[in-house]
Design a protein around this ligand. Sequence first.
Ligand code: GUN
Length: 284
Amino acid sequence: MATLIDGKKVRDHNLEIMKGEVAELNAQGVYPCLCVIIVGSDPASRVYVNNKKKACENIGIVSREYAMPEETTTEELLSLIDELNADKSVSGILCQMPVPKHIDSKAVLERIDPAKDVDCFHPYNVGKLVQGDNVMLPCTPAGMVEMLDYMGVEISGKHCVIIGRSDIVGKPMALLMLQRNATVTICHSRTANLSEVCSQADILVAAVGRPNFVTADMVKDGAIILDVGINRMEDGKLCGDVNFAECEPKASMITPVPGGVGPMTITMLMRNTITAEKVAKNIK
Ligand code: GUN
């Protein structure tokens, strides 16, 4: 029987600490502020943006929402970002993805001032991450590292196998685990002998976007499994990338879906917003 890694518990622990930090900053006249831009009316994006606003309110971060119509042009969006970049009361800027197809999303992400890039998506911040010298944290990967730390897991020297090579999860997770002296393997759709490679993992990260993709034969006895997948099934239920029923008995620790990695992404977004404001105001 594996120990469940409770994402809500780790989130609440972190939010409580941040609430205190924000109160201290407020007492010095410093007000961390997150601006969230949403273009169009994608229902999933609306839910994510609402959750981000709620998290801000919960810990005392000022949140501003910029809801723009579907037909917004790239130029209009870039001009809003320029305005927010120049606004000293703004600590962090996030443009909810995906944006409508006609918008140049790369240009948008590259326009955000790296010092306000709380998603850690800007090439400057990605480069810093590669060098192990980053200020901003990639939110979902940093959330997983936070979970491992909370559970008292020693990362150094462990073999971490990551399934998935996305810019948002797989690649930055590999970089964070390297920073913590893990031995890292990234697997993807062309990996030969996937099951054999995965079954060597001390820490197995599933970020594929396919329900129940990880099966028991891919799991070493005693492995720690982190499941990033959030797949909506036909019956409306959420399902991870890991076949939980099969894999849980072999693992020493495992994240559930929902209530595992999911709640940590916004938590780390709050952390980045506070960090951005502290750096801007030269506060240690
Ligand atoms: N869409 C889904 N996840 C994210 C995220 O972490 N940041 C942004 N900006 N958009 C997203």
